[in-house]
Ligand binder design. Structure first.
Ligand code: LER
Ligand code: MN
Length: 271
């Protein structure tokens, strides 16, 4: 069983980004539940933007879970990256991720490292950048373990990172770590750009995939692009994936229609 989730962004600076619901957690939870989603994925500017007590009440009222929490605001708002050559900036980036892990942890929600992984270049070699990323994931993976949640690391397409772009490279990288508490995020949009075959990419991630961003080839909601979902769903079942299929997609043509479109595709292909 692969449960469904839908994203909600509370980050005004990310407007126009790939999130279905915007600005209002309460309204998003109500709509997500009405459509039959199992969970919401929260993209917040900082932990203080989410009142834990209110969120708890909201989740109980609507029988929802929190699928994951994003850390991208650290990059989008503050320009932070886990591979920043400046140790002070790196420490601030790590601290920001820790604060998001502490926000999601009590709800059983793992934090996602996406854009916070940064890009190497200039005076920094790829090797040095990967060493810094490895060290950050070791530390943050173990930090997440105290909440009994993994840390989710997301390979991105080549236009967003030059570190790790495929599931196979992600698996190789995770195998080089001591911690076993870091899992991969299979974002179908990024995979559509980077993998030879999305289904084979999922097979490459067997045993390592902890989260899926369920979206179409053009980052519109599932069903509005040219993604073929049958082989993708078959591969997810084949590898025994039981994490979320979480809609990280543009609010196209608008948030309500995007959420409805997503849940229809989820019901058709994934459920
Ligand atoms: C985040 O989940 C993602 O997919 C990235 O493209 C955002 O920077
Ligand atoms: Mn993603």
């Amino acid at each position: 069983m692969i449960p469904s989730a839908v994203t909600v962004s509370l980050v005004t600076q990310a407007r126009g980004g790939p999130f279905v619901f915007w600005d209002d957690l309460r309204a998003a939870a109500e709509k997500a539940a009405a459509l039959g989603f199992d969970a919401i994925e929260i993209f917040a500017p900082s932990p203080s933007a989410v009142n834990a007590d209110e969120l708890k009440v909201l989740l109980e009222r609507h029988h929802l879970k929190v699928a994951a929490v994003g850390t991208g605001a650290g990059m989008v708002i503050h320009g932070l990256s886990l591979i920043d050559p400046d140790p002070a900036q790196r420490a601030t980036a790590t601290e920001f991720v820790r604060s998001i892990i502490d926000m999601g942890g009590p709800f059983g929600a793992p934090a996602i490292i996406g854009s916070m992984q940064g890009k190497w270049g200039g005076d920094q070699s790829r090797e040095d950048a990967l060493a810094l990323l490895a060290s950050a994931l070791e530390e943050l993976g173990e930090y997440a373990a105290k909440h009994n949640v993994p840390l989710i690391y997301e390979p991105l397409n080549r236009y967003e990172t030059n570190l790790i772009c495929t599931m196979a490279d992600g698996v190789e990288f995770l195998k080089s770590l001591t911690t076993t508490n870091v899992k991969l995020l299979a974002d179908l949009f990024h995979m559509n750009i980077e993998e030879t075959s999305i289904a084979d990419g999922i097979r490459d991630g067997k045993g390592y995939i902890g989260h899926v961003h369920f979206v179409d080839s053009n980052r519109r909601p599932a069903g509005l692009g040219h993604m073929e979902y049958e082989p993708i769903a078959a591969a997810l079942n084949e590898i025994g994936y039981v994490g979320y299929a979480s809609a990280e997609a543009f609010a196209y043509p608008d948030p309500d229609a995007a959420a409805k479109q997503t849940i229809e595709s989820y019901n058709k292909y994934i459920k």
